[in-house]
Write a protein of this length. Structure first.
Length: 151
């Protein structure tokens, strides 16, 4: 008996988020990308746009949450998964909490501004969290961006 292979796994969706991070990189934004998935379907895509929009809240996660809420016609994302290339900051974690996102999958940790450094935890206790999916690739694009910026 052969094993069923799910082509829509965490790696697949993180690659989609990385494509968004690459768009941000090309637009000279900090290269963070996000997608929101509902029933194995991407319902929202976003990347950082803080420079373009002159808006400090225009993080990939915030824009993806807004687009996903519009796509499903409601403010709660209870059956959705957010894939993001970098650990969300505390602002984004608050939005994730209020939107009731069921699962968060992130690539690279953010040791300076990531939500996980806070105690008590910011996300809801029932939110499933998966860390380190495609971590090397997610970290590499951020490292390359800041190296380029310093030149």
């Amino acid at each position: 008996m052969s094993e069923l292979i799910n082509p829509f796994d965490d790696n697949y969706f993180m690659r989609q988020a990385l494509q968004e991070a690459e768009v941000a990189f090309e637009e000279e934004e900090i290269p963070v990308g996000a997608v929101v998935v509902w029933k194995n379907r991407i319902i929202a895509r976003a990347h950082n746009q803080t420079e373009r929009l002159s808006d400090v809240t225009a993080h990939a996660e915030m824009l993806a949450i807004t687009a996903a809420a519009n796509a499903i016609g409601g403010k709660y994302l209870k059956d959705c998964t957010l894939y993001v290339t970098m650990e969300p900051c505390t602002m984004c974690a608050g939005a994730i909490f209020w939107a009731q996102v069921s699962k968060v999958v992130f690539g690279a940790a953010d040791l300076k501004r990531g939500y996980e450094r806070l105690d008590p935890p910011v996300l809801h206790g029932k939110t499933e969290i998966v860390r380190g999916i495609m971590q090397a690739e997610c970290q590499a694009i951020v490292d390359e961006f800041f190296q380029k910026l310093r030149k």
